[in-house]
Design a protein around this ligand. Sequence first.
Ligand code: HEC
Ligand code: HEC
Length: 164
Amino acid sequence: MKPLIRSIAVGVALFAVGAVMLERAKAGSDEFFAPVTDPLTRQECGSCHMAFPAGLLPARSWQKMMGELDNHFGEDASVDAATAKQITTYLVAHAADSTGYGDMRRWLRGVSASAAPQRITELPKWVREHREVSPREWTRKEIATKANCVACHVDAERGYFEDD
Ligand code: HEC
Ligand code: HEC
């Protein structure tokens, strides 16, 4: 390549890389949800599915869920009272609407203050972020359920939910 053409090519390539990085930066906190750090919560809430980051639901949702563990989406996920108390304290402290823990409130857009949604996968924002996933995709057997985040988000256990 002639030097001028080469430098134009390099310039175009650098611009493209810059644009991609900007896209990622803009996606910001919609991609990162701090993984569960409390060992007890990880253990008790990560045995049947991934331990969902506390920042994916508001405190009132966790409180309701923790009070009904004997009928948890049709399963018995109950734990003893002391364990339940410790897990609830952790989840509430790191919930999407907890102050002092980043600001994940954007994630709750469209959720009424009086509602305590139990499914992350039914939050308006979750539904919006997944509107481009084709219906066929959800029924693939490796996916099985919308709640199987790790099937599509390979880094979900580390808190990353970017579109991979
Ligand atoms: C005995 C197995 C079991 C244990 C233990 C368990 N879960 Fe679940 N959980 C389920 C099942 C089954 C579902 C429904 C999954 C589906 O619809 O595909 C579910 C769904 C969920 C969902 C909703 C996911 C969605 O669709 O958005 C949340 C949130 C959740 N669990 C949190 C917890 C928490 C917090 C704990 C610990 C206190 C816990 N789970 C422990 C079995 C379990
Ligand atoms: C069938 C695959 C699939 C499953 C299962 C899935 N996702 Fe996603 N998710 C995607 C795709 C694809 C996108 C990107 C959509 C786009 O770019 O328009 C996405 C986007 C997201 C985003 C927005 C990321 C950003 O860049 O802003 C979040 C947050 C998210 N998913 C969380 C979850 C959670 C939490 C679960 C499990 C409860 C889950 N996803 C389950 C495929 C999936």
